[in-house]
Each structure stands twice: as structure tokens, then as C-alpha cells.
Write a protein that binds this ligand. Sequence first.
Ligand SMILES: *[C@@H]1O[C@H](CO)[C@@H](O)[C@H](O)[C@H]1NC(C)=O
Ligand SMILES: *[C@@H]1O[C@H](CO)[C@@H](O)[C@H](O)[C@H]1NC(C)=O
Ligand SMILES: *[C@@H]1O[C@H](CO)[C@@H](O)[C@H](O)[C@H]1NC(C)=O
Length: 715
Amino acid sequence: MDTLAQSLLGTRGLSALWLLLLLSPAVLASYSIGIGRADSTGPTADIVFMGYAKMEQKGNGLHLRTFARAFIIDDGTERFVFVSVDNAMIGNDIRQEVLRKLKIQFGDMYTENNVMISGTHTHSAPGGFMLDMLFDLTTFGFVRESFDAVVNGITNSIQRAHNAVMPGRIFIIHGKVLDANINRSPQAYLNNPKSEREKYKYDVDKTLTQMQFIGADDKPLGVINWFAVHPTSMNNTNRLVSSDNVGYASILFEKTMNNNAMVGKGRFVAAFASTNLGDVSPNTRGPKCEFSGQNCSDQYTCPGKKEMCFASGPGKDMFDSTSIIAHRIYQESMRLWQSNEAMEVIGPVRVVHQYINMPEQSAEFYNETTKKVEEVHGCIPAMGYSFAAGTTDGPGSFAFEQGTTTSNPLWNTVRNFLATPTKDDIRCQSPKPILLTTGRIKLPYQWQPKIVSTQVAIIGNVVIAGVPGEFTTMSGRRLRESIRKVMSDASDDETSVIIAGLCNTYSDYITTPEEYQIQRYEGASTIYGPHTLTIYLKQYQELVKAAIQNKPISPGPPAPELLQSNLIILVPPVLYDTPRWRRNFGDVIQQPQKVASPGDTIIVIFVAGHPRNNLMTESTFLTVERLGDDEVWIPIATDADWETKFQWKRTSVILGSSQMTITWKIPQDIKLGEYRIRHNGYYRYVLGGVYPYYGVTNHFQVKVPAPNIRQRYYG
Ligand SMILES: *[C@@H]1O[C@H](CO)[C@@H](O)[C@H](O)[C@H]1NC(C)=O
Ligand SMILES: *[C@@H]1O[C@H](CO)[C@@H](O)[C@H](O)[C@H]1NC(C)=O
Ligand SMILES: *[C@@H]1O[C@H](CO)[C@@H](O)[C@H](O)[C@H]1NC(C)=O
């Protein structure tokens, strides 16, 4: 960047100051660091999950609770907050609501400028929190409970981080995980220039970047890991709320560091945050035809009429696959943590934020074919046809077409508001065949954002670029390169550039212009047209320059807040619960077996209320308890543990009766003894009010299986 070098020379005072700051570790060797975690689990039943856009994928239970994990970094002048939350994505209204709540407590300390909120992108958490019409289409509109759960989780995590601020140090290290991700749109990737592809060994990023936080007293405080992978090990048939592969990796890391504390408790916080995962799948066995097991066609179709093409693996089912991917990234992150090879991060903290109206942006693009620099523009948001086809991680989920009547009542209501694309839209989005001109539909309210948040934080020689969507592998590489260029013009130090995915606003995918030509799902969902990335490359360079020069930049146009709109809400509230005839809430319908062994699965069933009556935030719907030596029951697992699951079922809609099935897979390393399972919940009384209840099962013995006597005696 000649221009930047010149501008730095021209403003020697500023760049000299920057260098001085970088070179004076004695002054800046330590930061103030605050870390916090909070439960963000939304309603576990009756709400459609966000991610696969599949209406039938309504939650009916819980496998892993979701959490928000907040990290505050302060150099004494500037404060930066990074939050990773186990959620499909973050929308503008979520962040605004979080900031409003923080303002009440902390005044102007936490603002749009310095709070970066990144969704991990799990596809197994309840939806309806996005507000933009398109994203709430499959969830039957806005779901207040989902929205509040995410907002409260994020806000609480930042509050806890704020209250825990202490002096500390930061380190950074990079590792590699070779067997946990594959490219799910390799044909699109192959359309990138050969010379560029030759610079990289793989068609996905295998790097795991780790930021370590250590207290001034050398006490480990927390860690953020970034590894590019979709949390779609749990597929679109799953109906148990889950934080998926990356969420389980967080649990594993935290368990190790917190001396086996209960999930979601303990001081040490470990995030596995999203990055350029746009075209990256965890389903490492790759796409195969559902029944025949044969390879899919190049168009990802299968010969059989009703046969789907989807990716799975590496495990025997989706739970196994989730666990395998989680363990692979956890193991590498733990190796890095223990390696003692991390570099200390030293230098000032700078944060810059700007909203930009994407359709109004322009940038310069060097076309490899024509060898000419072209002026290119952003487009009015539109989705292409391939969007309706879905991906091999979750095929055919949005398969409705314009004007057709479907089983989706919300779609039938809003399809009259659809707008036809203008000639300009068609030209601008070309070669995308437009399915929905989401940017031109104003009714009932915004369908997809035009104004997006762009944000950069610099901590010493680490740059965190918070991006408003899902960058593909090559898009991410280009963005990192272009930011690195700006940084290396300003300092000789090696810079680590991290892309924090799905931050602040959600604007779908960002492919390279070349990948866009292929119009796979990711290209069809690159909503501002072929040069969405070209615009971001320019924008993030500007942000980094402004950060380096410590120059204020305009905040940009305010993003509309949809929470003020007359929101469409079609999800009915819970009306009432009644227990079964001659039963009470909490009664056990199915008791555990009397004796069990490590490795067995205990299954019990309770008379239950609706889990939406109370989300049991920071608490649990179920507890596995062991009888201690002093005759006290000790909780050893909750509903947030990997080994437990609950499934909830309305057994009669008219009577409002339901049951909860709880399973516990007994770990191999369990302490032998007397156990029982407890269920806590709330029921909604017919005449109004919500009341707590609980139930416990009979005791059961966990002991090692008796040796097989017959075998021993008779061989
Ligand atoms: C299926 O695809 C894999 C990976 O592309 C290839 O190695 C294999 O030969 C293919 N199998 C068949 C039967 O075409
Ligand atoms: C989802 O995973 C289950 C195994 O856990 C498998 O039976 C099912 O076919 C998968 N479905 C899809 C659409 O991936
Ligand atoms: C480069 O220019 C050619 C010729 O005008 C065009 O067909 C192609 O789409 C351009 N490439 C990109 C990535 O825009």
C-alpha cells in the first residue's frame, strides 16, 4: 500500500508514536483483563432452530446448554470487549439491546465502538431472535424468549468480565488441526486463480489460532481459539438444543482447566469462536447419497428419486461426529496451551467501528482476465436460487419458490410483499439468478440488512477483524493478507490477523468474486453481489489505517432497529399444563434399573411441565446425584453435560400434559455408588401463574459388572 506508507511518512509524528508504543514493553507488558461466562440457553421446546432453515426442526429437548463468553482487554487508555456466544449468529438488534442494558450500569464504557459480539454459528439453538424477515421466516416470526435469552447471556457475561478485571498478560500461538474440516463447495474454490490457490496446501484453513490470557500472578484466566469449521456436526434432523462441536470443545477445555467443575461453572473460560467458516464443513466423510452410499453427482444430486445428498462423518452418528471433531480441536488447543511457545502480545489497544451501507459502496477490482482495474459496486440485497437448495450440510431446506403456496403460514402471508428485481438489480447481481430481492421488500419490515457493522480491534501486533457474516476460506485469506499489508507498512513486527466471524450484524455469506461466478449456495447467499468481498477488503484496510493512526472515523449511517417495528409473532405462548390423570408434576413414570455399570445408559421418564415456562437459566432441568459418605446427595451432572440429554414431549395437546425423558450415559471413570436422578421444572396453572415442581427417581447402584463366573470356570 504505497498510499499508506506515504500517509504514514506524511504524519511521521503518529507513526513514530506507534513504533514507540510497540517498542516499550516495560510500560505496556500488561493489560487489564476481565473474563466472564454466562448461560444463554433459549427455549428448549417448540421453537424452530436457526441455521438449517428447516421448519420441521423444532426443538424438543436439550443436549448441551449454550453459553456466552466475554473477554475484556484494556491497555489503560482503550477497552475492547470480545464476546463469543453459542448461537447461530448475531443481529444488530441483539447488540443494541445488550448495549442499552450495559449503559444502565456502566454509562458510556461499553459502546458500538468497542464491543464485538461473534456467534459460534451452532445450527442447533432456537431461532426467532434475528428480526430481519428472511431469517425469522422458518421460525414463524420473532420469538421474544429466544431473543431475551441471547441478550441476557451476552450482557451477563460482559458484566461478570467487568467485575473480574485484573492485571494480566496475553499470548498468541498458532497450531494445526488436519482432520476436522473439509470444503463443502470445492468447485467454487477451484474457480479462484490457480496462482493464488498454489500458495495454499489445502482448500480450507487448517490453522488454529489461540489467544491466551494469564493473570499477573501467573494464574490462567482464559483462552480464545479460532478454527474455521461450521458447527454442523449435529445435522438438520437433530431436535436437541446443542452448542455442537465447538461448544463441546469449550466444555472439554474448561473442565480440564477448572478441575472438573460442573459445566458452565469455574473461573477459567475457554471460547472456540467462529472465523472464515463459510464453505467449511465438519462432515469429513464428505457428501454421499443417503441410501446407496454412492458419491453424489457434481450437482450434488442422487440417482434415487427421494434420495438426498448430504455430508456426514467422521463418526457413526451425529453425536459421535460432534464428539470426534470437538476432541480433535480441543486436543490441539490443549497442546498449544501447554507448549510454552506462545508469543507475548505487547502494545496498545485500538478499536474502530463503522456502519456502512453496502449497496452504496464502491471499490476498485483488478480483473485477472482482462488485466484491468474496474470500478465495482455493491448491490441491493438479493438471494439466488441455489440458496433454496441448501448445502450438503443441510440440503433442500428452503425449497419453496416464489408465489407457490406452502406449508409455511408465514411465507404464505408475506409472499404478497415480494418485490421483483429491477434491471439494475439483475445486472448488478449477475450471474446470480435472483430468487428473492430481499433488499427491495419493505413489508412487513426489513428482510435483510443493507447497513452492516464493520469493526477492527488491534491489540499490539494482533488484529481482530469482526466481520458481519460468513467469509469463505479464500475470502478470509484475502482479507487477512490485505490487513497484514497495512500492518507491515506500519511496523516490522509479524502481525497475526484473526477474522472473527458472524459479528454484530448478519449478512449471510461473503465469497470471492471468482467463487461467486459458480453460484453454489455460498455464492447465491452473497447478498451484495459479486464484489461484496472487494468492498470489504477496502473497508477493513481503511479501518486498520484509522486504528493505527488513531484517527477518528465517522460512525456511518445508523442501522435500523427492528425491535421497534410491529413484529410478526406466530409462535403461540404456552397456555397451560396439567399432569396426567391421577398424577402430579414430577412423578416418575419410568424408574431407573436397580443396578447399572459404567458405559450403560439410564433412561427415566417424569411427568413434566412445558420447558418454556422457565428456561432454568444458570440452573438445570435435571441433576444426576450421588449419595456421599455423609448421606448427602452430591450433584455430579446437570443438563449441560455431554453425558446427559432430555427429551420433552406433549402427550396431549388438549389436556396440556407432557413428559420428560432423561438419559444419562454413565461415564467409564464414574465413582461407583448409589445414584438417583432429579428433575426440576415449572408448570403453568390453568387459571394462571407458573409454579415450580420437582421429582426424584428411586436410587440405583452403579457398580462394576460381576465377573462372568461360567466363563471363568469352564473356559
Ligand atoms: C467417490 O469420490 C471420491 C472422492 O472424490 C473418489 O476418490 C472415489 O473414487 C469416488 N468413487 C466412485 C465409486 O466414483
Ligand atoms: C443425520 O444424522 C443421523 C445419524 O445421527 C442420520 O441417521 C441421518 O440420516 C442424518 N441426516 C441428515 C439429513 O444428515
Ligand atoms: C473479468 O472480466 C471478464 C470480462 O469482462 C468477466 O467475464 C469476468 O466476470 C470478470 N471477472 C470477475 C471476477 O468479475
